[in-house]
Design a protein around this ligand. Structure first.
Ligand SMILES: [Zn+2]
Length: 91
């Protein structure tokens, strides 16, 4: 699905409709020293293999895509509710 580069929508900071810059949300880089990552590494260490089975077949064909909208007036960034798309493209 093609998504416009800019769109007019409500900004909760400006409390009116303003022009917003559109980008696609991407998850941040995982921190190797985060507590959960350390515990996961510790659980997978030694004999016994991994703690959770590897997911080989997924029920869904698509992934949820959420949009990041940045207000051109105040710079406030908001996110849209994720929708299921095979492919999202800002054009
Ligand atoms: Zn604003």
């Amino acid at each position: 699905m093609k998504i416009p580069k800019a769109l007019n929508t409500f900004c909760p900071k400006c409390k009116t409709h303003t022009q917003h810059q559109v980008s696609i949300y991407k998850a941040g880089k995982r921190r190797a020293l985060a507590w959960g990552e350390l515990r996961h590494a510790a659980e997978n260490m030694g004999y016994g293999g991994s703690k959770k089975p590897i997911q080989r077949r997924l029920a869904k064909v698509t992934k949820k895509t959420s949009l990041k909208l940045k207000c051109s007036k105040c710079g406030y960034t908001l996110q849209r509710r994720g929708i299921r798309l095979k492919k999202a493209e800002v054009a």
